[in-house]
Design a protein around this ligand. Structure first.
Ligand code: AHM
Ligand code: MG
Length: 335
């Protein structure tokens, strides 16, 4: 049920019974994410004002420069989630290994593990372009009261109980699913409250935008090259328009509202593409499917991939159902 002027807080309480295991803990978890999102939003918004931009001098586990705001967002989400008795483990794109939270305490009844990309697209920060946070939630599979293990994190995406993203854009929005459709909430910065602005979001079945880093064209597999030519061909509703922000959350968000496809394929220089299965692709795939869209690695459903490593990368094709289907057809024909 959604109604006019509904706040995220009200929505969480009113929809609690929809959660598969409605003990209230998942509601608390979403509430914790809501709180951390507001803190990070505040920092992202003032990035241009204070001397906070720039690399912190560290490199993250992917070997990329880590920016100060990445560190801050990472700490904010980890601290906010750890302090509540809900989460037993967190894995972050910015951390080499997962973090175990009080899970050596045999009385620990915390059921959930959270995987997070605290600030995705962070290379866009210093040019004032939208960035985002992506999160993914699973129930642990090892018994309560025992130490959390890697197995708890390496679950296929179809096991997710919740996933979402925050987009720090012209408006800040929190978009999430608990497996009962997708709802989007916009922050009123004057009073720090998220309001339900986009109830029951739906991916248009078809679209006219394609989002891919075409600068890498020469390295793309044959199927992707042929699909791109198809997008650019004058026929029917084509050519499609090219839109690429280079910030997954922003590209995904636009495509979900307007209709489109996002592709980060494998290439001759990056055999598994760039995006991380656990922190980026699984949560976005869950949201896409919940909104009637589709997500695959070009051949197989993202949510059915059995993960083998925390920082595993995977090619990503995600968006309007018919557009992803078309791209998969080109991939299969090129095999
Ligand atoms: P990040 O997690 O290091 O920020 O990288 C992920 C980002 C995505 O948001 C974006 O779609 C992609 O990397 C852009 O990569 P590229 O610059 O290679 O096109
Ligand atoms: Mg990322």
């Amino acid at each position: 049920m959604s109604r006019k002027n509904q706040t995220l807080g009200e929505f969480i309480i009113e929809n609690q019974s929809e959660f598969k295991y409605s003990s209230g803990e998942l509601s608390k978890l979403i509430n914790a994410i809501r709180l951390a999102a507001k803190v990070v939003n505040h920092e992202v918004n003032k990035a241009g004002l204070v001397d906070i931009i720039g690399t912190a001098g560290d490199t993250n586990v992917q070997g990329e420069d880590q920016q100060k705001l990445d560190v801050l967002a990472n700490q904010t989400f980890i601290q906010t989630l750890s302090k509540r008795e809900i989460v037993c483990g967190i894995a972050s794109e910015e951390e080499e290994d997962f973090i175990s939270i009080n899970s050596l305490d045999e009385n620990n009844q915390n059921k959930y593990v959270v995987l997070i990309d605290p600030l995705d697209g962070s290379s866009n920060i210093d040019v004032n372009v939208s960035v985002g946070t992506i999160f993914s939630v699973y129930r642990r599979i090892t018994p309560l009261g025992t130490p959390v293990t890697k197995e708890d994190f390496l679950q296929p995406g179809r096991n997710q109980v919740a996933a979402g993203y925050i987009i720090y854009g012209t408006s800040t929005m929190l978009v999430y699913t608990t497996g009962h459709g997708v709802n989007g909430f916009t922050l009123n910065p004057a009073i720090g409250t998220f309001y339900l602005s986009h109830p029951n979001m739906q991916y248009p079945k078809d679209g006219k935008y394609y989002s891919i880093n075409e600068g890498n064209y020469i390295h793309f597999p044959k199927g992707v090259k042929s699909y791109l030519k198809y997008c650019q061909m004058e026929e029917g509703d084509r050519p499609y328009s090219s839109r690429y922000i280079g910030s997954l959350v922003s590209d995904f968000h636009r495509n979900m509202i307007k209709g489109g496809i996002y592709i980060y394929p494998k290439s001759s220089v990056a055999q598994a593409g760039k995006l991380r299965l656990l922190y980026e692709c699984n949560p976005m795939a869950f949201i896409a499917e919940q909104a009637g869209g589709r997500a695959s690695d070009g051949f197989n459903r993202i949510l059915d991939i059995e993960p083998s490593e925390l920082h595993q990368r995977v090619p990503f094709f995600c968006g309007s159902y018919n557009m992803v289907k078309d791209a998969e057809r080109f991939m299969a024909e090129a095999q």
